[in-house]
Design a protein around this ligand. Structure first.
Ligand code: ACO
Length: 433
């Protein structure tokens, strides 16, 4: 295989190195192109641009492959859990028993929030969007732990384990406290005896007179949801985290920026859109039939939660989460939910109707994760927050990869300027229009 690619520009032949990834992905290294020719490449939205070399996550959307650090997502979903997979994603290897115990201890120790942070969360209006509160509070962590947020990568990396544990453990506490504040409920404090997911459910739903004790199926559905979202290579929020990190920013500032990117409806909002679609179908007195017919005719909205930009055969995460979703539903005894009936009808049609089958528009992970969130009692405006809790280890791992790169350069894309050419300033009295 050629290890150079030849480009002919204005009659001049130039050779550029071909980089081959460990799974055979090929890229042309054009990093010297501008210096040598004055040209840059143009790739609106970066769809064909490798922005970095990364050892964290591998995706092959054509065949439905997702691997964290080389381990297939199916194996991790079956044999691991969110906490252990977070360690793997951040550190590159599965933990030994001792490493696992040390990591769990760090998470437990760092679960509570400082009283000042609790007051900070309380100071937001009750109807503040929980993503706004999450982003602000994660950023504020840097102010509470200045020795972990020095904006000096060498120094911040020396404290990486502590900073990572604080972010992973506290993101869950911040999310639950935000929910309690906005609903006028008293805080629950994290319990050292509970696992990660059980503790989150306790923080959210325990009442002063009755502790919330999830069934194993419910805890397992939440665990799977988080594990399946732990990383997804260079998506919008992850690229944002890397971009901010490339300027030398600390971990908390970088992941806070990731939350803001995830907030955008084109990124983290798809599972919410599923529920909004089901509600609309229900409110219209439809059982899904009219909605599907309109979507097929291109006259209505698309079916939210169906199809995927990257996974063209199937979404491996949807396959995994689907089974867990049905188990959680059975254990919660949820029946006669009209939105669920509509969802099941949409799923049935999409899996059998030629329009959807021929276009490979199968249900994606967001279809089931939205339904799981609803079944767990998570309010709609917190769906994206749940995604952020799951994605935290991935953002942290990506921050670490950038911070530890000895050849790090600040990310600085170029542009093709298409604005006005030079012109002279127009005084106010001569301006028109
Ligand atoms: N419902 C109905 N028809 C659809 C849907 C859908 N959800 N998705 C695609 N189609 C149709 C298109 O109309 C088009 O039909 P045509 O060939 O007759 O013109 C064909 O399928 C291909 O559509 P594209 O837009 O080219 O497919 P693409 O792969 O670019 O889009 C996307 C993927 C954006 C995810 C799309 O399937 C979609 O809008 N889905 C609904 C939103 C959604 O669930 N997003 C979350 C994705 S998961 C995530 O991002 C974490």
């Amino acid at each position: 295989m050629a290890n150079t690619a030849t480009l002919n520009i204005e009659g001049k032949e130039l050779n550029y190195p071909v980089i081959i990834g460990s799974e055979g992905e090929k890229a042309i290294d054009i990093s010297k192109l501008r210096a040598e020719t004055g040209y840059i490449t143009y790739d609106d939205g970066f769809g064909n641009t490798g922005s970095c070399q990364s050892k964290i996550t591998y995706i092959d959307g054509e065949v439905g492959i997702l691997r964290y650090r080389g381990y297939p997502i199916e194996q991790l979903a079956e044999k691991s859990n969110f906490v252990e997979s977070s360690y793997l994603v951040m550190n590159g290897e599965l933990p030994t028993a001792q490493q696992r115990a040390d990591f769990s201890k760090l998470l437990t120790e760092n679960a509570p929030l400082r009283e000042g942070m609790i007051r900070f969360i309380q100071s937001f209006p009750r109807d503040a969007h929980p993503m706004a509160v999450l982003s602000a509070t994660l950023n504020a962590l840097g102010a509470y732990y200045p020795h972990l947020a020095s904006n000096n990568h060498q120094n911040d990396l020396a404290h990486f384990d502590e900073a990572a544990a604080i972010a992973i453990s506290k993101v869950r506490t911040i999310a639950a406290h935000t929910y309690r504040v906005s609903n006028g409920l008293p805080f629950n404090y994290p319990k050292p005896t509970l696992g990660y997911c059980e503790n989150f459910l306790h923080l959210m739903f325990s009442k002063p007179y009755e502790e919330y004790a999830p069934t194993p199926e419910v805890a397992s559905a939440l665990n799977l949801f988080l594990l399946l979202h732990a990383d997804h290579e260079q998506n919008c929020s992850t690229s944002t985290v890397r971009m901010v990190a490339s300027a030398g920013a600390n971990l908390f500032a970088s992941v806070s920026a990731g939350v803001n990117a995830l907030w955008g409806p084109l990124h983290g909002g798809a599972n919410m859109a599923v529920l909004e679609m089901l509600q609309k179908i229900h409110d219209d007195g439809d059982d899904g039939t009219r909605f599907i017919a309109a979507a097929k005719a291109g006259k209505g909205d698309r079916l939210m939660g169906f199809g995927h930009r990257v996974y063209k055969n199937y979404d491996p995460r949807a396959k995994i989460i689907k089974a867990s979703f049905y188990k959680a539903l059975a254990s919660l005894g949820i029946k006669n939910d009209p939105l669920l009936d509509i969802a099941m009808k949409l799923e049935e049609v999409a899996l059998s109707d030629d329009y959807f089958v021929s276009r490979k528009l199968y249900p994606n992970v967001d279809f089931y994760s939205g339904l799981i969130m609803r079944a767990l009692g998570i309010p709609l405006n917190m769906f994206t927050v749940m995604f952020a809790i799951g994605r935290m280890p991935g953002w942290i791992a990506q921050w670490r990869e950038v911070a530890a790169n000895p050849k790090l350069k600040i990310y600085r894309p170029r542009q093709i300027y298409t604005g006005a050419n030079q012109r002279n300033f127009v005084p106010m009295n001569l301006r028109q229009g």
